[in-house]
Design a protein. Structure first.
Length: 174
């Protein structure tokens, strides 16, 4: 049963279609290094077949290497998205404003600023949030969790930004 759940999760993660890419993306495995052909707008690089899933995912970390910076990825689709940081490509436009995004998920989150949608609610106080990250940050107000520690004085903070500000102002570090 657990194997089916893992296969279902794998199917969900690999049922995406990536758009655009470039000739500089390479797939490096233990056996060889192969330069990928340019990825067209029409060609899905992730599909449903088991063979295609196996071709797009490597259980050992780091077989898909960015030729620009050397960063490695388990999934080819993650490499394609990462490569947009080098090219500046933003193929997902907002139809409500002029903003564009490099990932569809970022566009989806952005659209909530226009709709006011807040699909994630706190189970302690019913306050609602537009992202799971904001909900997670908020939940620390109830738990008292302070996971960000100053490396010098060990003072703990609820948010990383507060720790960074403390580090800069109190310890005069950048």
């Amino acid at each position: 049963m657990r194997e089916n759940n893992n296969e279902d999760a794998l199917h969900q993660r690999t049922s995406q279609v990536a758009s655009k890419g470039c000739n500089n993306i390479s797939n490096v495995s233990a056996e060889n290094a192969v330069s990928l052909a340019s990825i067209s707008d029409e060609a899905p690089i992730i599909g449903h077949s088991r063979m295609n899933v196996e071709a797009q995912w490597r259980p050992e970390y780091g077989n898909f290497i960015c030729s620009e910076c050397g960063k490695s990825f388990k999934w080819k689709s993650h490499l394609v998205v990462h490569h947009r940081t080098h090219t500046g490509e933003k193929p997902f436009p907002c139809d409500k404003c002029e903003k564009r995004f490099s990932q569809k998920s970022k566009l989806t989150t952005h659209l909530r600023t226009h709709t006011g949608e807040r699909p994630y609610s706190c189970d302690q106080c019913d306050k609602r949030f537009s992202t799971t990250g904001n909900l997670s940050d908020h939940s620390r107000t109830h738990t008292g969790d302070r996971p960000y520690k100053c490396p010098i004085c060990e003072k703990a903070f609820r948010y990383g930004s507060n720790r960074n500000e403390h580090y800069k102002n109190v310890h005069n570090k950048k």
